[in-house]
Design a protein around this ligand. Structure first.
Ligand code: ZN
Length: 442
C-alpha cells in the first residue's frame, strides 16, 4: 500500500439529455485512471454525478409535463444505470438536488456573503436561456448565442454578484506559477489568452420570479443560486465539505477531468470561488477534446449521437474502453466510427493480443504440462523480461501524463516483442489453428 492519495472527479452531467459518447468517454477515462491508481496501491476516491438545477431543466421538465424533480430523477437514474452497465467503479455519485449538497452550497455562500465577497447589483445584457448565462458583445456571433446559434434575449435585473474580478491577477499568477495546473498546455494557453481581457464579476443568482428551480440564497430567499455556482461546489460537497474527515483526506489531492466545452467555469470561476472561500485549489484540471462523428462536434444538438451503451454492449466493455483510450490523443479531437473501432479491435485485440494469449497458453499446455515454467532464463527470456520492464516504465510515465494512447502503445510494443518469431524459438502458430478465426470482431 502506498501512502499516496488520489481524488478524481468527472463533471457532474447535466440532466437535460440522456448519456451519450461524450459523457461515456470522460467517465471511462476517469474510471481507467482510478483503476490504475488502485492497482498502484493508492488510496482512491472517484466521484461522478448529475447536475440538476437551472432554467434549462425547469423548461425541459415543463415541456415533458413533469416536475423538475421527477425529470431529474429519471435522467439521473439513466446516467447511474449507464455507468453500472459500463462497469464504472465510482466510489460516490452526487446529485445537486441532494440535501448533503445544498447544505454545503449554502454554507459556502453564507461564508462569502459575510466576508463581503458578494454584493447586490443591477445587470442588463444579452441572455441565452439554453446556456443560462449572459453573453458579452465580444462573445456574441451575428447577434446569436455562439454555442446554440439561437437568438439572445435582453434582460435587466437585480442580482447578486461574486467579486470575481478582484482575483484576476491572482489567477494569472497561479496559472503561470504552476505550468501543469491546466493541462494539456493548449487549454492553459487558451485561459491565459482569455485573462488578457478584464475579468467581470460573476452573477450568481437568479430571481425566483423568473426561476424557482435552484438552491435558495441563504441570505435572500427571493433568489436561487446560479446553476454553475451551485454545480461546481459538488466536488467539495460530495466529500462532506470543509471539516469533514473525508474532505480533509481527499481534497488536497483533487484532480478534475473535464471536456473542453466546460473549460472556462472550471479554469476561471472555480479557482476564484475556492480562493475566496479560503479553500485550496485543485492539483490539475485535465481537459479532453471532442469526438467528431462525420466531422461535427459530439453533442445532442448536432443529432448524430452514438449510443455508447449499444456499442459497449455489442463489443464488450473492455474492448470499447480499449478503443476510445487508444484512438484519442488526450486533449485533441478524434474521429469516431464503428468501422475504425472494428478495425482496431481486430488488429490489436483479436490479432496481436489474442495471438499472444493463444500461443502462450498453447505452449504452456503442450510443452510445460500446463504450468508456467520457472528456472534458468534463456537469452530470449531475458530479452522478453527487459521488454516487459520497459513497457511497465513507459506505460506508467504515459499514464501520469494522461497520454493513454501512448500507455497502450507501450504495452503493445511488449506484445509485439513476445509475438516476434525468433530463430530457434517455437514456431509462432504452434497450436495449428489460426486464433484470429475464433477471435475476430465483426
Ligand atoms: Zn446558448
Amino acid at each position: 500500500m502506498s501512502d499516496r492519495v488520489f481524488y478524481l472527479t468527472t463533471p457532474i452531467y447535466y440532466v437535460n439529455a440522456e448519456p451519450h459518447l461524450g459523457h461515456a468517454y470522460t467517465t471511462i477515462v476517469a474510471d481507467a485512471m482510478a483503476r490504475w491508481h488502485r492497482l498502484a496501491g493508492d488510496r482512491v476516491w472517484f466521484l461522478t454525478g448529475t447536475d440538476e438545477h437551472g432554467d434549462n431543466i425547469a423548461q425541459t421538465a415543463a415541456r415533458a409535463g413533469v416536475s423538475p424533480q421527477a425529470y431529474a430523477d429519471r435522467i439521473s437514474a439513466a446516467f447511474r444505470e449507464t455507468w453500472r452497465r459500463l462497469g464504472i467503479t465510482n466510489d460516490d455519485y452526487i446529485r445537486t438536488t441532494e440535501d448533503r449538497h445544498k447544505k454545503v452550497v449554502q454554507k459556502i455562500l453564507q461564508t462569502l456573503w459575510e466576508a463581503g465577497e458578494i454584493y447586490l447589483g443591477t445587470y442588463g445584457g444579452q441572455y441565452c436561456f439554453g446556456c443560462e448565462r449572459f453573453y458579452t458583445e465580444k462573445e456574441i456571433v451575428d447577434g446569436k448565442c455562439p454555442d446554440h446559434l439561437s437568438p439572445l434575449t435582453y434582460i435587466e435585473e437585480e442580482n447578486y454578484f461574486f467579486k470575481m474580478s478582484k482575483y484576476q491577477a491572482w489567477l494569472i499568477d497561479e496559472i503561470q506559477r504552476r505550468p501543469d495546473l491546466i493541462r494539456p498546455e493548449r487549454y492553459r494557453n487558451e485561459i491565459l489568452g482569455f485573462l488578457r481581457d478584464p475579468l467581470q464579476d460573476l452573477s450568481i443568482s437568479r430571481p425566483r420570479t423568473r426561476l424557482e428551480w435552484g438552491i435558495p440564497l441563504p441570505f435572500d430567499d427571493k433568489y436561487v443560486t446560479y446553476v454553475w455556482f451551485d454545480a461546481l461546489i459538488n466536488y467539495v460537497s460530495a466529500l462532506g465539505g470543509p471539516g469533514d474527515p473525508r474532505y480533509e483526506t481527499f481534497w488536497p489531492h483533487v484532480e478534475h477531468l473535464i471536456g473542453k466545452d466546460i473549460l472556462k467555469p472550471h479554469a476561471v470561476y472555480w479557482p476564484c470561488m475556492l480562493k475566496a472561500a479560503g479553500l485550496p485549489l485543485y492539483r490539475h484540471l485535465n481537459v479532453h477534446g471532442y469526438w467528431r462523428i462525420g466531422g461535427g462536434k459530439m453533442s445532442k444538438s448536432v443529432g448524430n449521437v452514438v449510443e455508447a451503451l449499444a456499442l459497449a454492449d455489442k463489443y464488450g466493455n473492455d474492448a470499447f474502453r480499449y478503443f476510445i483510450m487508444r484512438e484519442m490523443v488526450f486533449g485533441l479531437d478524434a474521429d469516431f466510427s464503428e468501422e475504425a473501432l472494428v478495425a482496431r479491435l481486430n488488429a490489436d485485440l483479436a490479432n496481436d493480443l489474442g495471438n499472444l494469449a493463444s500461443r502462450a497458453s498453447t505452449l504452456i499446455v503442450n510443452f510445460a504440462g500446463g504450468v508456467v515454467p520457472a528456472g534458468a532464463a534463456s537469452p530470449e527470456d531475458r530479452a522478453v523480461g527487459a521488454a516487459f520492464e520497459r513497457a511497465v516504465r513507459d506505460a506508467g510515465a504515459a499514464m501520469d501524463e494522461l497520454a493513454f494512447h501512448r500507455a497502450l502503445a507501450a504495452i503493445w510494443e511488449f506484445v509485439a516483442v513476445v509475438n516476434r518469431d525468433r530463430a530457434g524459438a517455437v514456431p509462432a502458430r504452434c497450436g495449428g489453428e489460426d486464433p484470429r478465426g475464433a477471435w475476430a470482431y465483426r
